[in-house]
Write a protein that binds this ligand. Sequence first.
Ligand code: TXA
Ligand code: MG
Length: 358
Amino acid sequence: MEIWKVSEKSHPLTQQVIQVAATRLKQGELIAFPTETVYGLGANAFDEQAIQAIFQAKGRPSDNPLIVHIAESTQLEWVVPSDYQISLGMKRAMSHFWPGPLTFIVPVNPRIAKSVHPNLATVGVRMPNHPIARALIQLAQCPVAAPSANLSGKPSPTTAQDVLEDMDQRIAGLLDGGPCEIGVESTVVEILDTHAVIYRPGGVTLAQLERVLKMPVELDAHFITQTATPKAPGMKYRHYAPRAQVEVWWGAETAVAERMNRRAKELQQKENGQRLIAVMGTEEIVKQLDFSNHAQWMPNASTHYAEELAKALYHQLRHFDHLGIQHIFIMGVDPQIGIGLAVMNRLQKASSGNVHFI
Ligand code: TXA
Ligand code: MG
């Protein structure tokens, strides 16, 4: 696999490098690239063979559809049927949130390769807010199907190093644009006549969507009942999971610290003090811990915890696995505020539901 370092889009050398990557992508090869959410594993969405290669490289179940990426609004015509009428709500949302972490579910144009949308008449489409991603699509002049560039089941990659770890020997190239800004994937939404439905919470929040769409926005039923089949097929798989056992608490900091202390004691007693524990939490929590943890992550106290956790989460989960950590204790965030719902959704999955509200 070739690795191209591309930090500044305007640099002439960078443009040449992206051109090389774009040409290879258009011809059917797999190219990983940075977006503002996570790294994507890109292929020409018109090329059925290239799309099948994505599923192979990731070990992805073939019934899990991919998101198609475009660089400007007019390229939506590559993705939707020629007679498709963009609704007023969608127009508003596109002009407000694109480029950005929002994926729309729309009817699909027959030119898009079948494996992009297995057994579905719809497809996800997103315009990422990242200069390298957009330059790549623009130079390739084709829609770019791109799931997150991780092996299926592992945490999504948020640095080039994470991509390398999973995809070396499996893909043609990787554009290294440094760490991703947001750190969790895009919001997946379908806009209907009277309301909209979120299939995967992400970088754009429900409240933001309601404000712009001027219609009610609901969460897909499976978030609420935990039993209904999710509309985004990807949501049904165990996901984002490290090897270690993850436990999450959310509540007042003192109460969370107390629970972590109690749980650590329990584990050490049960396992004769042999357990390696890592902690992710605020400085306030970490200060109150009375066990010696093997590794810890906390953001600078002056920053917003939820946003910093979103940005750091996947990479830290990978890092803790490298250290051989067996238990990861995480301070959760308020699911009602901002990116909180997306973060708690990923924590639910990483912990197989081991999330405690206290
Ligand atoms: O932020 C992101 O969206 C990243 C970057 C690379 O853009 N991509 C990403 O792709 O997260 P992936 O494949 O890991 O997740 C795609 C999600 C899955 O949950 C999938 O089920 C859902 O989007 N999806 C795609 N097409 C769909 C469709 N037609 N109907 C319902 N859900 C769909
Ligand atoms: Mg993914």
